[in-house]
Design a protein around this ligand. Structure first.
Ligand code: NAP
Length: 244
Protein backbone atom coordinates (compact mmCIF):
# COMPACT_ATOMS: atom_id res chain seq x y z
CA UNK A 1 0.00 0.00 0.00
CA UNK A 2 3.00 2.30 0.46
CA UNK A 3 2.70 5.34 -1.81
CA UNK A 4 -0.98 4.75 -2.56
CA UNK A 5 -3.54 7.55 -2.15
CA UNK A 6 -6.75 7.17 -0.15
CA UNK A 7 -9.78 9.46 -0.08
CA UNK A 8 -11.65 9.01 3.22
CA UNK A 9 -15.01 10.77 3.62
CA UNK A 10 -16.13 12.03 7.04
CA UNK A 11 -12.61 11.54 8.36
CA UNK A 12 -12.22 14.68 10.46
CA UNK A 13 -13.02 12.58 13.52
CA UNK A 14 -14.30 9.21 14.72
CA UNK A 15 -13.95 6.02 12.70
CA UNK A 16 -12.84 7.87 9.54
CA UNK A 17 -10.00 9.55 11.41
CA UNK A 18 -8.86 6.18 12.82
CA UNK A 19 -8.90 4.70 9.30
CA UNK A 20 -6.73 7.62 8.17
CA UNK A 21 -4.23 6.92 10.96
CA UNK A 22 -4.14 3.18 10.18
CA UNK A 23 -3.57 3.73 6.46
CA UNK A 24 -1.07 6.57 6.97
CA UNK A 25 0.83 4.25 9.33
CA UNK A 26 1.26 1.93 6.32
CA UNK A 27 2.58 4.71 4.08
CA UNK A 28 -0.66 5.74 2.34
CA UNK A 29 -1.17 9.42 1.42
CA UNK A 30 -4.51 10.61 2.75
CA UNK A 31 -7.19 13.02 1.50
CA UNK A 32 -9.25 13.88 4.59
CA UNK A 33 -12.75 14.93 3.52
CA UNK A 34 -15.23 16.41 5.97
CA UNK A 35 -18.05 18.98 6.10
CA UNK A 36 -16.00 20.76 8.75
CA UNK A 37 -12.88 22.25 7.08
CA UNK A 38 -11.04 23.09 10.34
CA UNK A 39 -11.41 19.51 11.54
CA UNK A 40 -10.34 18.11 8.15
CA UNK A 41 -7.21 20.28 8.06
CA UNK A 42 -6.31 19.54 11.67
CA UNK A 43 -6.69 15.78 11.12
CA UNK A 44 -4.66 15.98 7.90
CA UNK A 45 -1.78 17.82 9.55
CA UNK A 46 -1.82 15.24 12.39
CA UNK A 47 -1.11 12.51 9.81
CA UNK A 48 2.19 14.08 8.72
CA UNK A 49 3.92 12.37 11.66
CA UNK A 50 3.64 9.12 9.66
CA UNK A 51 5.84 10.61 6.93
CA UNK A 52 3.03 10.65 4.34
CA UNK A 53 1.42 13.53 2.44
CA UNK A 54 -2.04 14.52 3.56
CA UNK A 55 -4.56 17.21 2.69
CA UNK A 56 -7.81 18.28 4.37
CA UNK A 57 -10.73 19.23 2.12
CA UNK A 58 -14.23 20.47 2.83
CA UNK A 59 -17.09 18.73 1.04
CA UNK A 60 -20.62 17.55 1.63
CA UNK A 61 -20.73 14.07 0.11
CA UNK A 62 -24.38 14.49 -0.90
CA UNK A 63 -23.41 17.28 -3.34
CA UNK A 64 -22.38 16.11 -6.82
CA UNK A 65 -20.34 19.29 -7.46
CA UNK A 66 -18.46 19.18 -4.18
CA UNK A 67 -17.67 15.48 -4.64
CA UNK A 68 -16.34 16.08 -8.19
CA UNK A 69 -14.12 18.87 -6.86
CA UNK A 70 -12.56 16.57 -4.22
CA UNK A 71 -11.58 13.98 -6.82
CA UNK A 72 -10.20 16.67 -9.17
CA UNK A 73 -8.20 18.11 -6.29
CA UNK A 74 -6.91 14.66 -5.26
CA UNK A 75 -5.75 13.78 -8.79
CA UNK A 76 -4.05 17.19 -9.18
CA UNK A 77 -2.27 16.80 -5.85
CA UNK A 78 -1.38 13.07 -5.91
CA UNK A 79 -1.75 12.04 -9.57
CA UNK A 80 -3.88 8.96 -8.75
CA UNK A 81 -6.37 7.48 -6.27
CA UNK A 82 -6.12 3.79 -5.33
CA UNK A 83 -8.40 3.73 -2.29
CA UNK A 84 -11.81 5.23 -1.49
CA UNK A 85 -13.40 4.81 1.93
CA UNK A 86 -17.07 5.85 1.99
CA UNK A 87 -17.32 6.54 5.70
CA UNK A 88 -19.31 9.82 6.07
CA UNK A 89 -22.58 9.08 7.80
CA UNK A 90 -25.21 10.63 10.04
CA UNK A 91 -28.17 9.50 12.14
CA UNK A 92 -31.53 11.25 12.56
CA UNK A 93 -33.34 8.75 14.79
CA UNK A 94 -37.06 8.55 15.50
CA UNK A 95 -39.83 5.97 15.42
CA UNK A 96 -41.40 5.55 11.98
CA UNK A 97 -44.66 7.28 12.92
CA UNK A 98 -42.77 10.38 14.05
CA UNK A 99 -39.98 10.40 11.49
CA UNK A 100 -40.08 13.54 9.36
CA UNK A 101 -39.53 13.42 5.62
CA UNK A 102 -36.50 15.71 6.12
CA UNK A 103 -34.95 13.17 8.52
CA UNK A 104 -35.44 10.40 5.98
CA UNK A 105 -34.02 12.48 3.11
CA UNK A 106 -30.98 13.79 5.01
CA UNK A 107 -29.87 10.31 6.09
CA UNK A 108 -30.43 8.70 2.68
CA UNK A 109 -28.73 11.64 0.91
CA UNK A 110 -25.55 11.60 2.99
CA UNK A 111 -25.18 7.89 3.78
CA UNK A 112 -26.41 6.27 0.55
CA UNK A 113 -26.35 8.92 -2.18
CA UNK A 114 -22.98 10.15 -0.88
CA UNK A 115 -21.58 6.63 -1.29
CA UNK A 116 -23.00 6.46 -4.83
CA UNK A 117 -21.58 9.86 -5.86
CA UNK A 118 -18.09 9.20 -4.48
CA UNK A 119 -17.96 5.67 -5.93
CA UNK A 120 -18.96 6.99 -9.36
CA UNK A 121 -16.09 9.52 -9.35
CA UNK A 122 -13.65 6.94 -7.99
CA UNK A 123 -14.31 4.26 -10.61
CA UNK A 124 -13.59 6.75 -13.43
CA UNK A 125 -10.05 7.10 -12.08
CA UNK A 126 -9.59 3.52 -10.87
CA UNK A 127 -10.83 1.90 -14.11
CA UNK A 128 -8.12 3.80 -16.05
CA UNK A 129 -5.51 2.68 -13.49
CA UNK A 130 -6.87 -0.89 -13.68
CA UNK A 131 -6.61 -0.94 -9.89
CA UNK A 132 -8.82 0.22 -7.05
CA UNK A 133 -10.11 -0.56 -3.59
CA UNK A 134 -13.51 0.83 -2.53
CA UNK A 135 -14.61 0.17 1.05
CA UNK A 136 -18.08 1.21 2.19
CA UNK A 137 -18.95 1.62 5.86
CA UNK A 138 -22.32 0.00 6.52
CA UNK A 139 -23.67 -1.02 9.95
CA UNK A 140 -24.93 -4.02 11.90
CA UNK A 141 -28.40 -2.45 11.79
CA UNK A 142 -28.49 -3.06 8.02
CA UNK A 143 -28.72 -6.76 8.92
CA UNK A 144 -30.66 -6.69 12.21
CA UNK A 145 -32.87 -3.58 11.96
CA UNK A 146 -33.15 -1.25 14.95
CA UNK A 147 -36.24 0.49 16.34
CA UNK A 148 -35.94 4.23 15.73
CA UNK A 149 -33.56 3.86 12.78
CA UNK A 150 -35.78 3.20 9.74
CA UNK A 151 -33.89 5.81 7.70
CA UNK A 152 -30.41 4.82 8.92
CA UNK A 153 -30.88 1.03 8.61
CA UNK A 154 -32.37 1.47 5.11
CA UNK A 155 -29.38 3.63 4.06
CA UNK A 156 -26.91 1.10 5.44
CA UNK A 157 -28.73 -1.88 3.85
CA UNK A 158 -28.78 0.08 0.57
CA UNK A 159 -25.00 0.38 0.84
CA UNK A 160 -24.74 -3.44 0.86
CA UNK A 161 -26.69 -3.74 -2.42
CA UNK A 162 -24.64 -0.92 -3.93
CA UNK A 163 -21.39 -2.62 -2.81
CA UNK A 164 -22.28 -5.91 -4.51
CA UNK A 165 -23.44 -4.28 -7.75
CA UNK A 166 -20.40 -2.02 -8.14
CA UNK A 167 -18.21 -5.02 -7.25
CA UNK A 168 -19.73 -6.98 -10.15
CA UNK A 169 -19.56 -4.03 -12.59
CA UNK A 170 -15.87 -3.25 -12.00
CA UNK A 171 -14.26 -6.59 -11.07
CA UNK A 172 -12.76 -6.93 -14.55
CA UNK A 173 -11.01 -3.54 -14.14
CA UNK A 174 -9.06 -4.60 -11.07
CA UNK A 175 -11.37 -2.77 -8.67
CA UNK A 176 -12.66 -4.55 -5.57
CA UNK A 177 -15.63 -3.18 -3.64
CA UNK A 178 -16.34 -4.39 -0.11
CA UNK A 179 -18.15 -3.27 3.02
CA UNK A 180 -17.37 -3.18 6.72
CA UNK A 181 -20.37 -3.36 9.06
CA UNK A 182 -19.51 -2.05 12.54
CA UNK A 183 -21.61 -2.85 15.59
CA UNK A 184 -21.54 -0.55 18.61
CA UNK A 185 -18.34 1.51 18.32
CA UNK A 186 -17.35 4.13 20.90
CA UNK A 187 -17.48 7.48 19.01
CA UNK A 188 -19.36 10.78 19.18
CA UNK A 189 -22.20 9.09 17.26
CA UNK A 190 -22.83 6.62 20.11
CA UNK A 191 -21.78 8.87 23.04
CA UNK A 192 -25.22 10.49 23.01
CA UNK A 193 -27.00 7.22 23.98
CA UNK A 194 -28.24 6.89 27.57
CA UNK A 195 -26.47 4.59 30.08
CA UNK A 196 -29.58 2.34 30.11
CA UNK A 197 -29.49 1.84 26.35
CA UNK A 198 -25.73 1.18 26.48
CA UNK A 199 -26.15 -1.44 29.24
CA UNK A 200 -28.91 -3.19 27.28
CA UNK A 201 -26.70 -3.25 24.16
CA UNK A 202 -23.75 -4.63 26.10
CA UNK A 203 -25.83 -7.68 27.07
CA UNK A 204 -26.12 -8.55 23.36
CA UNK A 205 -22.35 -8.46 22.71
CA UNK A 206 -20.74 -11.88 23.38
CA UNK A 207 -17.21 -10.43 23.42
CA UNK A 208 -18.35 -8.24 26.32
CA UNK A 209 -17.11 -4.81 25.29
CA UNK A 210 -17.98 -2.03 22.87
CA UNK A 211 -15.83 -1.74 19.77
CA UNK A 212 -13.04 0.78 19.30
CA UNK A 213 -12.41 2.85 16.19
CA UNK A 214 -9.20 0.83 15.72
CA UNK A 215 -11.24 -2.42 15.55
CA UNK A 216 -13.05 -1.01 12.50
CA UNK A 217 -9.90 0.51 10.97
CA UNK A 218 -8.10 -2.87 11.09
CA UNK A 219 -10.81 -4.52 8.97
CA UNK A 220 -10.76 -1.61 6.52
CA UNK A 221 -6.96 -1.84 6.16
CA UNK A 222 -7.30 -5.48 5.06
CA UNK A 223 -9.80 -4.60 2.29
CA UNK A 224 -7.65 -1.61 1.27
CA UNK A 225 -4.53 -3.73 0.81
CA UNK A 226 -3.34 -5.31 -2.45
CA UNK A 227 -3.41 -8.68 -0.61
CA UNK A 228 -7.24 -8.70 -0.53
CA UNK A 229 -7.41 -8.64 -4.34
CA UNK A 230 -9.40 -11.91 -4.73
CA UNK A 231 -12.18 -10.73 -2.39
CA UNK A 232 -15.01 -8.53 -3.68
CA UNK A 233 -18.66 -7.84 -2.83
CA UNK A 234 -18.09 -9.03 0.74
CA UNK A 235 -18.88 -7.72 4.20
CA UNK A 236 -16.70 -7.95 7.32
CA UNK A 237 -18.81 -7.68 10.48
CA UNK A 238 -16.99 -5.89 13.31
CA UNK A 239 -19.46 -6.23 16.19
CA UNK A 240 -18.05 -8.42 18.96
CA UNK A 241 -20.30 -11.28 17.87
CA UNK A 242 -23.52 -9.25 18.30
CA UNK A 243 -24.71 -10.45 14.88
CA UNK A 244 -23.51 -13.70 13.31
P1 NAP B 1 -18.96 10.59 13.63
O1 NAP B 1 -18.04 10.57 14.81
O2 NAP B 1 -20.23 11.35 13.69
O3 NAP B 1 -18.11 11.03 12.35
C1 NAP B 1 -18.73 11.19 11.12
C2 NAP B 1 -17.98 12.25 10.35
O4 NAP B 1 -18.66 12.46 9.10
C3 NAP B 1 -17.98 13.59 11.10
O5 NAP B 1 -16.71 14.17 11.05
C4 NAP B 1 -19.00 14.40 10.29
O6 NAP B 1 -18.76 15.79 10.30
C5 NAP B 1 -18.79 13.84 8.90
N1 NAP B 1 -19.92 14.14 8.02
C6 NAP B 1 -21.23 14.24 8.36
N2 NAP B 1 -21.96 14.56 7.29
C7 NAP B 1 -21.10 14.67 6.24
C8 NAP B 1 -21.27 15.00 4.88
N3 NAP B 1 -22.46 15.31 4.37
N4 NAP B 1 -20.17 15.04 4.08
C9 NAP B 1 -18.94 14.78 4.59
N5 NAP B 1 -18.73 14.46 5.88
C10 NAP B 1 -19.79 14.41 6.70
O7 NAP B 1 -19.38 9.10 13.23
P2 NAP B 1 -18.61 7.71 13.40
O8 NAP B 1 -19.17 7.02 14.57
O9 NAP B 1 -17.14 7.90 13.27
O10 NAP B 1 -19.19 6.96 12.11
C11 NAP B 1 -18.46 6.81 10.90
C12 NAP B 1 -19.23 5.85 10.01
O11 NAP B 1 -19.39 4.60 10.69
C13 NAP B 1 -20.64 6.33 9.67
O12 NAP B 1 -20.97 5.98 8.36
C14 NAP B 1 -21.51 5.56 10.64
O13 NAP B 1 -22.82 5.41 10.17
C15 NAP B 1 -20.76 4.24 10.70
N6 NAP B 1 -21.05 3.45 11.88
C16 NAP B 1 -20.77 3.90 13.13
C17 NAP B 1 -21.07 3.09 14.22
C18 NAP B 1 -20.77 3.51 15.62
O14 NAP B 1 -21.12 2.77 16.54
N7 NAP B 1 -20.13 4.65 15.85
C19 NAP B 1 -21.67 1.85 14.04
C20 NAP B 1 -21.94 1.43 12.74
C21 NAP B 1 -21.62 2.22 11.68
P3 NAP B 1 -19.50 16.70 11.46
O15 NAP B 1 -19.06 16.16 12.75
O16 NAP B 1 -19.01 18.07 11.21
O17 NAP B 1 -20.97 16.51 11.24
Amino acid sequence: MKGHTAIITGSGRGIGKAIGEALAGRGVNIVVVDVNLDMAEETASGLEKYGVRSVGLKADVSSQNEVSEIFEHAVKEFGKVEILINNAGITRDGLLMRMKEDDWDAVIDINLKGTFLCSKEAVKIMAKQRYGRIINISSVVAFMGNPGQANYSASKAGIIGLTKTVAREYASRGITVNAVAPGFIETAMTAALSENVKQEMMKAIPIGRFGSVADVANAVVFFASPESGYISGQVIHVNGGMYM
